[in-house]
Design a protein around this ligand. Structure first.
Ligand code: ADP
Ligand code: ADP
Length: 214
């Protein structure tokens, strides 16, 4: 059981469309796997392929032995966190409601206060709108929302980039605990030190988006 990319490639449309891959990668349950590479190397593209948000031009993505068919929305067992928290949050929905809704859409019920506390926040922030909290608080609440979905795999794409150290540490601690609890995590980052401190398995992508070394 794992989330795997086998010889997966994606070519952006257009005469000079960038090509990413072909690449092989495995995200195992109960561990943090890091995907490291410089800006433009294809980390986000590969993440979207794994999430089922982008259809591979070649190769195959499988989640726990089921093929992931890209249909423009996130595949069922996967949650995604990006480096653009404001873009990912509904501006009109209170953060606690957003967490409850994310859970309900996956047929689950959660304790939003407990999830907020898990990412180092007081439950009182749940009554606020996205624009009423700091960027770091919002990213932590989006992690809480992702966890509310009860995913088997969490793809964290530069989830702690540009955030304050307290936020980064709170997120890293939560990811570590969740991995110990069985969640399969892909930590996508340009930060080798973060990858070294958090991940048990590491993949490095080169600048051309082609070679992936474990
Ligand atoms: P990273 O996440 O490592 O910064 P990306 O996956 O965003 O890398 O980008 C990989 C390559 O694909 C780059 O050459 C980038 O310019 C190109 N690319 C990314 N998104 C698009 C897009 N929407 N349209 C065209 N090219 C893109
Ligand atoms: P990331 O590295 O996470 O993709 P960026 O801030 O670099 O984030 O990119 C923001 C958006 O721009 C993404 O949706 C990405 O797909 C798109 N993008 C990146 N490179 C290109 C490109 N060469 N042409 C068109 N869109 C691009």
């Amino acid at each position: 059981m794992s989330l795997v990319a086998r010889q997966v490639a994606y070519t952006y449309p257009g005469a000079n469309g960038a090509q990413v891959g072909p690449l092989d990668l495995e995200v195992r349950p109960g561990a943090v796997t890091a995907l490291v590479g410089p800006s433009g190397s294809g980390k986000s593209t590969l993440t979207r392929l794994l999430a089922g948000l982008l259809a591979a031009s070649a190769g195959e993505v499988r989640c726990d032995d089921e093929p992931v068919r890209a249909g423009g929305r996130l595949s069922g067992h996967t949650a995604l966190l990006t480096q653009h928290p404001l873009a990912a949050a509904d501006p009109r929905m209170r953060l606690g409601d957003a967490i409850q809704l994310a859970a309900r859409l996956r047929g689950r019920q959660v304790d939003a206060v407990a999830l907020a506390e898990e990412v180092g926040l007081d439950g009182s922030v749940l009554d606020r709108l996205p624009r009423e909290v700091s960027g770091g608080q919002l990213q932590r609440l989006l992690l809480a929302r992702a966890l509310a979905q009860g995913p088997r795999y969490l793809l964290a794409d530069e989830a702690t980039a540009h955030l304050d150290p307290i936020t980064s540490t709170a997120i890293a601690d939560a990811l570590r605990r969740r991995a110990a609890d069985g969640l399969g995590i892909l930590l996508v980052t340009h930060d080798h030190a973060l990858a070294a401190s958090l991940a048990e398995h590491r993949y490095a992508l080169d600048a051309g988006g082609r070679t992936l070394s474990a």
